[in-house]
Design a binder for this molecule. Sequence first.
Ligand code: SF4
Ligand code: MG
Length: 284
Amino acid sequence: MATFKDFRNNIKPNWCPGCGDFSVQAAIQRASANVGLEPENLAVVSGIGCSGRISGYINSYGFHSIHGRSLPIAQGVKMANRDLTVIASGGDGDGFAIGMAHTVHAIRRNIDVTYIVMDNHIYGLTKGQTSPRSAEGFKTKSTPTGSIESQISIMELAISSGAGFVAQSFSSDLKELTSIIEQGINHKGFSLINVFSPCVTFNKVNTYEWFKENITKLDAIEGYDPANRTQAVNTLMDHNGLVTGLIYQNKERPSYEQLVNGFSETGLVKQNISLEKDTFDGLL
Ligand code: SF4
Ligand code: MG
């Protein structure tokens, strides 16, 4: 049986020392081993940004795709080979700006992909511009007098779009983050995991200390029930979205694979589809 070390490769990450993305990488490796995967059972698809490098640092199938487009590729991988566990990953700029339409429609579609977003409230790779997760008033090179746009409330948006699994965690809490990723992988359907993953180089506001001071763990809220959609939304609003843990899960919602005609049992790679020219006759 594989351990987290089997999901390591010999490529040294070139993230800045202290970047939150190191923990996300470690948590994916631990969670993959903990749920019983072998490296050949896992595919990690990433977008563009500092976080996008993560697919190259994990010993598994991997695809470093294009900006905002990790989800279409991840969904295609899952539909083609149901036996793979598919993780899509990227940053808040990647997933919630250029890739936002894909995020919302992947939530609606509900293909069994675990989407892990490293949310540092800024664009890191391009050296520090305001992202959709930056707060109003946030000063960067692109907003020198402070952002005049509002911060997107991604967890509330996901729930209102019909998400069956919505969770949040924090890079400095490896135990919780690993557990949340395990739960996301085990969930049958699309799961969105937003991770507060500080950019130590360009974001001097939303630091590890800032998150520690402002985050409320859902475990600490008496009577919190992740099956209660109304409570989930109200709690997010009460805490300005700064909660960690399993926020909402609907275990009853069937996945796309379970519902789509003709694809209920196996993925395309198991259906012996011929790629001869006449395969497409009448379709093209
Ligand atoms: Fe991480 Fe920021 Fe450095 Fe990118 S620039 S590797 S997000 S600390
Ligand atoms: Mg970012």
